[in-house]
Design a protein. Structure first.
Length: 387
């Protein structure tokens, strides 16, 4: 399917809604610069969030689309940080060796109490009619790219290949999409310092970090697109100077006051397989949350060496090397993995366990295997279908 650029007017109209919601064609719609619109990062409406009571208003929460017809629906939702029942570090194996393999995706799942679930909003900002409640939220750092472009581990070694996007999903939406690709979830419940305080701190850290990265990235995307528009480039007829000015203001005015504490450095606003991957970014957020809790008197139990450190020349070279070049660089890879095991997602549960951040039973960290033929995370599918 040919790609179709989402115009500046449409983006501005979306941003101006009381509670933005839009339905996108997953493999067609792109933002200026060719970025997949369906992979748009989560944004926090800080002005409309009640941070004192721990309620965040999120935009671009993925829920309601249908993979069968290639649609993605991005919604606005109220997310409660003060009544999180549990937080899970989830591993999604991507290679034949399963949870013992090397290639896997990692993400964080926040499960809310039945009394204070995530609430979906309609476009007027009221709770969605019917049943607006959703029980969990997935936050997932991902490699932002064009529609239809598969993620490649080696290509991701070059930080110039992919953008960095913290995506937000309602849990059932993400599980459905993973299930259709035959991907199970392996979940490890986190035991953070302060329990509820620690869970809320992790949510706050991820949202602030992801929102700050998103707004600066979107600012660069829109600035570049505006320069092309001024030169009469693609989409020029569908935009106006006022629309571009409104977009810049919308992005910049939404920056949180906390960004100065949680900003990802400007030269690290891209995905990189070893330094800024789904797994290393999730682990880094846990580390930052614990560091913030330490100032409140809790004991820090996790210290990462170069969590999002500098990209070595050999890393960038791996992305463009032929098989011989990759072989010649393999000693660097092995030495780096030994010193930084967190770059392998399936090693992270062991790191968390060693740090005392996972509850244990019979001498082992508690793990839940979520799958329809194991432990279905949302109940028996036979009870959820009309048959």
């Amino acid at each position: 399917m040919p790609v179709k650029q989402v115009t500046a007017r449409r983006i501005l109209s979306y941003a101006d809604q009381q509670a933005p919601m839009q339905r996108l064609r997953t493999s067609r719609d792109v933002l200026p610069g060719g970025w997949a619109a369906a992979m748009a990062p989560v944004l926090v409406d800080w002005a409309a969030s009640a941070q004192d009571s721990g309620v965040y208003r999120l935009m671009n929460v993925n829920y309601g689309g249908n993979p069968m017809d290639g649609t993605t629906v991005l919604r606005t939702a109220l997310v409660p940080a003060g009544d999180i029942r549990r937080v899970e570090f989830i591993i999604v194996p991507l290679d034949p060796l399963g949870r013992h393999g090397i290639v896997a995706h990692a993400m964080i799942r926040f499960v809310f109490s039945e009394q204070h679930p995530l609430i979906l909003l309609d476009e007027q900002g009221a709770p969605l009619s019917g049943d607006p409640a959703v029980g969990d939220l997935i936050l997932s750092w991902e490699a932002w790219r064009a529609p239809g472009v598969d993620f490649e581990v080696l290509a991701g070694m070059d930080p110039g290949t992919y953008g960095l996007s913290l995506r937000a999903y309602a849990g059932p939406q993400r599980f459905l999409e993973d299930y259709l690709q035959h991907r199970d979830w392996y979940a490890y419940t986190l035991d953070l310092p302060g329990r509820r305080q620690g869970d809320a701190a992790l949510l706050q850290v991820m949202l602030a970090m992801g929102d700050g990265a998103a707004r600066r990235t979107l600012g660069r995307i829109f600035s570049r697109a505006e320069r092309e528009w001024l030169q009469g480039g693609p989409g020029a007829a569908a935009a106006t100077e006022e629309a571009w000015r409104g977009l810049r203001a919308s992005v910049l005015q939404g920056m949180s006051a906390e960004d100065s504490l949680l900003l990802i450095p400007p030269d690290k606003l891209s995905y990189q397989t070893t330094q800024r991957s789904c797994a290393t970014m999730a682990l880094y957020c846990i580390d930052v949350a614990i560091s913030r809790l330490t100032s409140d008197g809790h004991q820090a139990r996790l210290t990462l060496d170069e969590a999002i450190g500098p990209v070595r020349p050999w890393m960038r070279g791996m992305a463009h090397a032929d098989p011989v070049g990759i072989f010649l660089r393999s000693p660097y890879v092995l030495e780096y993995v030994v010193r930084h095991p967190q770059i392998i997602p399936t090693r992270i549960p062991g790191i968390l366990d060693k740090a005392g951040l996972l509850p244990r039973h019979d001498g082992r960290a508690i793990k839940i295997h979520y799958a329809l033929d194991a432990t279905p995370p949302y109940g028996d599918i036979r009870n959820n279908l009309i048959r």
